[in-house]
Write a protein that binds this ligand. Structure first.
Ligand code: AMO
Length: 433
């Protein structure tokens, strides 16, 4: 038995064994030309019917997406458009048959999502996840190089952590539990545990019936929390460095391929990112955008769009921080400003025109925290055991942020909707595949 070298299609030369998809079959009178496909690329396999009649019979039944194992020899052939080489098979084994695909280029997004595994065979779609891998690798490397500990936390919890956003209730034996709307409590617990710097990559659940391009009911969070923070600026500095590290990794590894295949420039942002306070935002909206908001109000979508356009034009930068939000529109765990308690040590980060992160310095003094919880209409007693108590036995002042990975990927690659930026989308009406 001669030795065949197991290889991918792009590097196939000499005597090889390849495992690949059928991309296309051209069945002619005396010859069959079969295009094989794998992640590395494509290769033509050529069969002379008279020489290999049994194999030709098998191949004559092939349709796209059969999966085969071929042993044979790659030889140069200047007439072959695809790489000027072809594979002459010695043996061919069908490992998986395929039915005709239920989706094609004309299918609607919902039909494609129903058959997401077929939809994702498109190399352009795979590139989204190759780029996302580089993005998280860059961010993860940043965390590890800067002394962060990775923590894995439960996705079930006894209390709601984000007032204002819906929560999924689950049956937990004879009790009630919730799916986490954020790893907020767990990451703050790690600070109370003396870990100083932590990051958590976790699924996050939001029971919100939002049908927008940026909402999903389950997303991938990348959260950081760290000790010894004296203001929201300390938190923002870490975030801009983290984003810079992630996008640098994407640009270096996939920048050219993304430009070529998706037509998108991944710009590595300069530091620091532009910043604007909410007090300034109210003025900008009124004076520059003719869209006055009441002082103390949160930004609505129109305000976000107008502000983004203004900031990007003014700074020629794809990112900007909005900081110092009114305390009323932020969660109870936010630190209020010492000299101006109606405002808080909080921020949102925008990438192009979409919010990708919320962050804050936290309130670590248990008595004040209990009061802030009560001010939001929640009985602090219900939060004592699993939250407020974290801060009763000593805890460093701290802060952190939560980044939505799916949104970041969507914006980075100019993908029109989060449905296509996620491996598998979950929405109010979608629980499959
Ligand atoms: P927030 O609720 O702003 O903050 O969420 C943080 C980030 O998560 C992403 N995100 C979503 N992505 C897709 N679909 C959704 N429905 C959705 N909701 C949120 C966004 C958002 O910026 N605990 C705080 C973070 C912190 O302060 O550390 C929190 O959860 O990208």
């Amino acid at each position: 038995m001669e030795n065949y070298v197991r290889t991918d299609l792009a590097s196939a030369q000499g005597k090889v064994e390849v495992w690949a998809w059928i991309e296309k079959v051209r069945d002619q009178k005396s010859m069959q030309f079969v295009i094989l496909r794998d992640r590395s690329g494509m290769l033509q396999m050529t069969i002379e019917k008279a020489k290999q009649p049994e194999m030709a019979e098998v191949v004559s039944h092939f349709i796209q997406d059969y999966y085969v194992k071929v042993r044979g020899t790659v030889v140069p052939n200047e007439y072959v458009k695809l790489g000027k080489k072809e594979l002459i098979p010695d043996t061919l084994e069908v490992l998986s048959k395929a039915e005709v695909s239920p989706i094609d280029g004309e299918s609607s997004i919902d039909q494609r999502l129903d058959y997401r595994w077929i939809d994702l065979r498109d190399p352009k779609k795979r590139l989204i996840f190759e780029a996302q891998t580089a993005l998280t690798q860059g961010m993860r490397n940043y965390c590890i190089e800067n002394g962060f500990i990775e923590v894995h936390c439960p996705t079930t919890i006894k209390n709601e952590s984000e007032s204002g956003s819906g929560v999924f209730e689950v049956k937990y034996f004879d009790k009630k539990a919730y799916l986490i709307q954020s790893p907020q409590f767990y990451k703050q617990m790690a600070i109370a545990a003396g870990f100083e710097k932590v990051f958590i990559a976790t699924p996050i659940y939001r029971a919100e019936k939002s049908y927008t391009r940026k909402h999903t009911t389950e997303f991938s969070g990348f959260d950081l929390e760290f000790a010894n923070v004296s203001s929201v600026e300390d938190v923002m500095k870490v975030e801009e460095e983290l984003i810079h590290a992630g996008l640098k990794e994407v640009s270096e590894k996939y920048g050219e391929k993304i430009k070529e295949m998706l037509g998108v420039d991944v710009i590595v942002p300069t530091l620091p990112f532009p910043r604007v306070t909410m007090k300034e935002v109210y003025k900008i909206l009124e004076d520059e955008c003719d869209y006055p908001l009441d002082e103390g109000a949160d930004l609505d979508t129109e305000a976000e769009n107008l502000l983004s356009a203004y900031m990007m034009k003014k700074n020629n930068h794809q990112f900007f921080f909005v900081k110092d939000y009114p305390s009323d529109v932020r969660p109870f765990y936010s630190m209020h400003k010492a000299d101006d308690p109606a405002y808080s040590e909080t921020y949102d980060l925008y990438y192009k025109d979409i919010e990708i992160t919320s962050g804050a310095m936290r309130e670590h003094r248990p008595d004040i925290l209990a009061k802030q919880i009560a001010d939001k209409g929640i009985d602090p007693k219900t939060m004592e055991e699993n939250y407020i108590n974290f801060f009763k036995y000593g805890c460093p002042p701290h802060g952190g942020f939560g980044l939505g990975l799916d949104r970041l990927t969507m914006i980075m690659l100019d993908i029109p909707t989060i449905k296509e930026a996620m491996f598998v989308f979950r929405g109010p009406d979608r629980l499959n595949p």
